[in-house]
Design a protein around this ligand. Structure first.
Ligand code: ATP
Ligand code: MG
Length: 555
């Protein structure tokens, strides 16, 4: 795990940018976030978004959003829309919105330039032959028999490729660099392939599509991106990025790499996330167990907590692994400040106060947020019949059990001291009712005569409460590194079978009657909860965003 970065020390990208601004290489900076619209954004993308947008903001620059839509077979407008929504929700505003597909014509013209300069050629080899003739890291590749076609011939063939004369896979355009280069990416990389496939933006206008390596740097250059920041696995592509820019003599964008975010207990490959969705292991891209931005949002994460997390882990130059607990910590810290406290009982049993007038209904004042006085107080009704958590009562309590047990006294939060005098069981031996007496002198939960109680428990008024469904989530994978599997197994074998538990008969206080999706609360002693999209006035539905670290007793 990374040591947390000191606030005023610069990360390596900030150092580069400060230097570029100081030496006058750039007067101002432009960054970009370049998602491929083939899936929903995940927490790794959030890291990249925070980095690109924050760097630009810090140095008075701007950030573009560019959809890297060069592969029509996997891309869709559904993804474009979700990506925009998620970036906005994270709290960032892009200056310009672009699509690599908007540059197809310019990219094509530049490809012809390279052909004319003798720097690109049409190859008729099959993909298999190309792969075979590329050689290995140890052995040089073999020149294609088509490598020495004249620029005139190449131009003619490339134009015919564009016109749709040839079938998919029958020809490609390659850069003519060096088949013996020590960097495999420089061994005459593919620039264009034929794909008779409709594109979600350009329709059927094109049947040849540029490869990532050819499209990306040129798109950066067109937008005059000064610092093109991507993840480490692209460092080996950088010579090619520079080669195209140099040969085309266009604006020199530069690529810089940082370590991608890896989180424990989390899978981040879009292909695998898509598989989880398509094969029904989760309810959708926004299932609250998914590491997607929309999943976190539905779960109850705030954009601040995600941004703070991304900031706190710093920017690394070498691959690292971050404990998912740090993300949860960031959420807890944020919700502690902003979430109002309420009382909810997830596994209710009845508590009857035998010496409390059964016709009486009192109201008790409760503090909404001890971290924020401006949130004020609310009233809770109180009667002789309450619900408490089943595990706040024990028939055979061990010595250190400070909650309710026979002859033991506890504080009911904001109400009274009660002492258990008896209990009832059903024929299966389950406790059904706990009987108590209360001390009228302890109103508000205050000790009447200096008498102390060790435990404080929460409750709701059984005569005046709401039913709710509560969804308890746990980590989606039971293994720290879900993608590390033995022969014959897949990451699916590491799914946590108990990642979702649904509680149907929770009881919550009536102050929650008008909640809206994504409203967030601390259920006292239980955790932070967020209202789900499925919630209605008839049936409230809450998602547990995270547990509380400490219960009151530990404080
Ligand atoms: P795929 O999973 O399809 O290989 P990808 O995760 O790289 O793709 P893109 O849509 O191409 O997805 O990513 C957009 C940007 O987000 C890229 O600049 C990429 O480097 C960055 N990015 C993706 N995953 C992470 C990650 N785990 N940590 C940091 N940045 C990431
Ligand atoms: Mg990518």
């Amino acid at each position: 795990m990374e040591a947390s970065i000191e606030k005023n020390s610069l990360n390596f990208l900030e150092e580069i940018i400060e230097n570029d601004l100081k030496t006058g290489v750039h007067k101002s900076i432009i960054t970009r976030f370049p998602p491929e619209p083939n899936g929903y954004l995940h927490i790794g993308h959030a890291k990249s978004i925070c980095l690109n947008f924050s760097l630009a903001k810090k140095y008075g620059g701007t950030t573009n959003l560019r959809f890297d839509d060069t592969n029509p077979t996997k891309e869709d407008v559904e993804y474009v829309d979700s990506i925009k929504e998620d970036i906005k929700w994270l709290g960032f505003t892009w200056k310009e919105e672009h699509y690599a597909s908007d540059y197809f014509e310019q990219l094509y013209i530049w490809a012809e330039n390279l052909i004319e300069k003798g720097l690109a050629y049409v190859d008729d080899q099959s993909l298999e032959e190309i792969r075979k003739n590329r050689g290995t890291v140890q052995t040089p590749g073999k020149d294609s028999p088509y490598r020495n076609r004249t620029p005139e011939e190449n131009l003619l063939l490339f134009r015919q490729m564009r016109e749709g004369v040839f079938e998919d896979g029958s020809k490609i355009l390659r850069a003519k660099i060096d088949m013996a280069h020590t960097n495999m990416h420089m061994r005459d990389p593919i620039m264009y392939r034929i794909l008779h496939t409709e594109h979600h933006r350009t329709g059927n206008k094109w049947c040849i599509y540029p490869m990532y390596d050819y499209a990306h740097g040129q798109s950066d250059s067109l937008e005059r991106i000064t610092h093109s920041i991507c993840t480490l696995e692209f460092d080996i592509h950088r010579p090619l990025y520079d080669w195209f820019i140099e040969k085309l003599e266009i604006f020199p964008s530069h690529q810089y790499e940082f370590a991608r975010l890896n989180l424990s207990y989390t899978v981040m490959s879009k292909r695998k996330l898509l598989q989880l969705v398509q094969e029904g292991f989760v309810s959708g891209w926004d299932d609250p167990r998914m590491p997607t931005i929309c999943g976190f949002r539905r779960r109850g994460y705030t954009s601040e907590s995600i941004r703070n997390f991304c900031e706190s882990i710093g920017v690394a130059k070498r691959d690292n692994f971050i404990d998912v607990g740090r993300l949860e910590f960031s959420l807890r810290e944020d919700l502690n400040k902003r979430a109002n406290r309420v009382m909810a009982v997830l596994d209710p049993i009845k508590l009857v106060i035998d010496n409390y007038d059964e016709t009486l209904c009192e109201t008790m004042e409760a503090i909404n947020n001890p971290e924020d006085e401006s949130k004020g107080t609310r009233s809770l009704t109180f009667s002789n019949t309450l619900y408490i958590e089943r595990d706040d009562f024990m028939e055979d309590a061990p010595k250190k059990y400070f909650r309710l047990a026979l002859n033991q006294e506890v504080r009911l939060r904001y109400a009274y001291f009660v002492k258990c005098v008896s209990f009832e069981k059903d024929s299966n031996g389950n406790i059904t009712v706990v009987h108590c007496t209360y001390d009228p002198q302890s109103r508000g939960g205050n000790s009447p005569d200096g008498r102390k109680v060790k435990g404080t428990i929460h409750w709701v008024d059984a005569k005046n409460c709401l039913n709710a469904e509560v969804r308890l989530f746990d980590r989606l994978f039971s293994n720290e590194m879900p993608e590390k599997v033995e022969e014959g197994k897949t990451f699916l074998d590491n799914l946590n079978k108990e990642s979702l538990k649904i509680i149907n008969n929770a009881k919550v206080e009536t102050s929650l009657k008008d909640v809206k999706p994504l409203d967030k609360f601390q259920f006292e002693r239980l955790g932070y909860f967020s209202v789900d999209y499925d919630s209605t006035c008839e049936k409230l539905v809450f998602n547990r965003a995270c547990t509380l670290k400490d219960s009151w007793q530990n404080k």
